[in-house]
Design a protein. Structure first.
Length: 83
């Protein structure tokens, strides 16, 4: 087993630190809202999460960062009866 391989019982995200190095972070997942998942613990709003090129990203590797716009949360379902 490779030293960077995550345990299959854990959930991990690949992030990029201030030196543009890939870092694996263990996270705890929360509820699912539409196609968006809540991350309960393990990252902060300032963390840069890798969303493209995951197959090539390896912890400790230096990467070129391209910032993508944040996804907007799904609109809440309407609870009104309408008129």
């Amino acid at each position: 087993m490779r030293p960077w391989a995550p345990n299959q019982n854990e959930h991990n995200l690949l992030t990029v630190n201030d030196s543009n190095m890939v870092v694996s972070k263990r996270v705890e997942l929360g509820r699912l809202f539409g196609d968006m998942r809540v991350i309960e613990q393990g990252i902060t709003a300032q963390d840069r999460v890798i969303i493209n090129g995951l197959q090539m990203a390896r912890p400790g590797a230096k990467v070129n960062v391209v910032v993508a716009p944040a996804a907007s949360p799904a609109a809440p379902a309407s609870t009104g009866t309408g008129s």
